[in-house]
Design a protein around this ligand. Structure first.
Ligand SMILES: Cc1cc2nc3c(=O)[nH]c(=O)nc-3n(C[C@H](O)[C@H](O)[C@H](O)COP(=O)(O)O)c2cc1C
Length: 551
């Protein structure tokens, strides 16, 4: 019998693990001659410049997470510019000698940036008289128009198939699409690159949800859509020569106050989109491409059919209430300043500590809360939990801890992990935080060892592994769940990056870790849970050899 797609994805996952003795298959060196261009361009497409907004307008940091704090922005050229500026724009240039490279609002493994962003919208004041599909070009902060739509098509798209009264997306909706160029990442990371592309999509989704909240808008992942449908709507169905662009997802963004029942794409729309006069020729990113067969196979195996929804959570009701509206958590920071100053720490100082209550506030932010950005965007229940290495948290003994992001999973986690773990609750811990001490002790050595020997995992205040429910969702839903587990991890990472900045610290995503080293530390003997992404937060050391220039 042919192996199921889920089984094939589990095989990919195993094949892309780093082990203490061997790394996942990769090039092992950097072939500078074939390094892909980090910027996709559509030569010949009409360009719409976006005005550059201020990166600090004093909007409070909390507005990026709590519904209703930011005033609802009108949907126009200025707000579209702000949305992209706060999600995918350049945030700085780094200079070392003759080398110069751009950093962005969204982080990316190896700074390779496989994620591309698209906009589908109606006619908008100051932007376009006609509805359009456009590609976002971060280097210039412009839109490249790929296709124009008639008002009739736009309306049919937004309203969707109306089965009940109130179905369809609100009038002031825009769609943001994300795609990944696998080769950008595979050039350096080989077969493990497919995972990193998915982390990056998650970071971009997190950035989008937070940026939308800052405009008084909400974002919803439209996960009923199939892969081919997303490709057709974004105009990325052609194989792009040697550098395919994989369609990942489409997100609806609309005012916070608008009501959203249900939206389903009318099939007839696709017949209109396919033959649209798509404008612009995609640039060639690299003179040559090495085929990383496992990574490319993974991108095919996870293709999703239309209507295959995760469907576990009603779009409208959201997840359990988790302390929404707690104003005591507010900080004095400015949302957009934090978004644009976000950066990865290259080294941690091994000294800085964080207060216990500040640490708990960070963890609370990673919990899904009804209506709160960015996790309210996801139509599925939380499937990712945190196994934490606490190094320097004042008021909390060093050791190994666990945060069950879905409290209903606590028993299942307890059954899967080492039986000798203490599962001790902490006095002073907020009641809405299902946080447990598993074992006390100095975990700096093991944290660094598991993170491919990277000291940043030991020299921060804490580091962590993101434990995703794995085999269960894959077998229940299919291979298409696999990237979504990584998206959730990336979103958690994005929240931690911003939380670290807001607390005067710095974070770093850690994609390089020894998967099974982490699993054996936790006593995981099967694939019920897999650690999919690691992260560290601490006091950074600046690299004096680098100069930073504004974006
Ligand atoms: C998915 C992912 C994995 C990463 N893995 C590592 C890692 O293992 N080690 C590391 O030092 N940095 C890691 N980083 C940080 C990137 O190198 C960093 O995001 C990139 O260089 C861009 O810099 P910036 O975050 O300051 O914009 C990772 C980032 C992401 C998003």
């Amino acid at each position: 019998m042919e192996e199921s797609f889920a089984a094939q994805m589990i095989a990919y996952h195993e094949a892309s693990k780093h082990h203490y003795r061997t790394y996942a298959p990769g090039p092992g060196y950097l072939d500078w001659a074939t390094q892909p261009d980090p910027f996709r361009r559509y030569a010949g497409a009409q360009v719409i410049p976006l005005a550059r907004p201020a990166s600090d307008d004093g909007l409070p940091y909390e507005a990026g997470f709590m519904p209703g704090l930011a005033p609802v922005a009108p949907l126009d050229a200025a707000s579209i510019s702000q949305l992209f500026f706060d999600t995918l724009a350049l945030s700085a240039w780094k200079v070392a000698g003759d080398d110069r490279w751009a950093l962005r609002v969204n982080p990316s493994s190896g700074n390779l940036h496989p994620t591309e962003g698209y906009l589908i919208c109606g006619a908008l004041t100051g932007l376009s008289d006609a509805p359009l599909v456009a590609h976002y070009a971060p280097a210039e902060h412009t839109l490249e128009v790929r296709a124009r739509l008639t008002p009739h098509i736009w309306r049919a798209l937004r309203e969707g198939v109306a089965l009940n009264r109130g179905d369809g997306l609100p009038e002031e909706t825009i769609f943001i699409g994300l795609t990944s160029i696998l080769w950008r990442e595979a050039w350096k990371y080989g077969d493990r690159a497919f995972r990193y592309c998915q982390h990056d999509v998650g970071h971009a989704l997190g950035a989008l949800g937070i940026a939308a909240a800052g405009l008084g808008w909400q974002a919803r992942l439209l996960d009923d859509l199939g892969t081919d449908q997303v490709a057709t709507l974004l105009g990325v169905t052609d194989p792009r020569g040697a550098e395919p662009e994989h369609p990942d997802c489409l997100v609806a963004v609309f005012p916070q106050s608008a009501h959203f029942q249900h939206w389903r794409l009318p099939e007839s729309i696709l017949d209109i989109f396919r033959p649209l006069g798509w404008q612009g020729q995609p640039n060639t990113l690299s003179p040559n491409r090495v085929e990383w067969r496992w990574a490319e196979a993974a991108a095919e195996i996870v293709r999703k059919l239309a209507g295959q929804g995760s469907g576990d959570r009603d779009q409208e009701t959201g997840v359990r209430e988790q302390g929404t509206g707690d104003r005591s958590r507010e900080t004095a920071a400015s949302l957009r300043r934090i978004i644009h100053q976000r950066r990865s720490a290259r080294e941690m100082d091994g000294l800085t500590a964080i207060e216990r209550d500040a640490f708990y506030r960070m963890l609370l932010r990673t919990m899904p809360r009804a209506g709160a950005a960015p996790f309210a965007m996801l139509p599925w229940p939380p499937r990712v939990h945190l196994a934490l290495f606490v190094h320097r948290v004042t008021g909390l003994a060093p050791g190994l801890y666990l945060l069950a992001r879905d409290p209903a999973q606590t028993d299942a986690l307890r059954a899967a992990l080492k039986p000798e773990f203490a599962w001790e609750t902490m006095s002073g811990c907020p009641p809405e935080l299902p946080f447990y001490r598993l074992a006390s002790g100095d975990t700096r050595g093991i944290a660094s060892r598991i993170s491919c020997g990277q000291d940043i995992a030991a020299d921060g205040c804490f580091s962590l592994g993101m434990l995703a429910e794995f085999e269960g969702p894959l077998n229940a839903h299919g291979a298409w769940i696999y990237p979504r587990l990584f998206w959730e991890c990336g979103m958690i990472g994005q929240v931690l990056y911003l939380e670290a900045e807001a607390a005067g610290l710095r974070g770093t995503g850690i994609g390089c870790f020894f998967d099974d080293g982490m699993h054996s530390l936790l006593g995981l003997k099967d694939r019920r849970y897999q650690s999919l992404y690691h992260f560290t937060v601490g006091g950074p050391l600046e690299d004096e050899r680098l100069t930073t220039l504004p974006a």
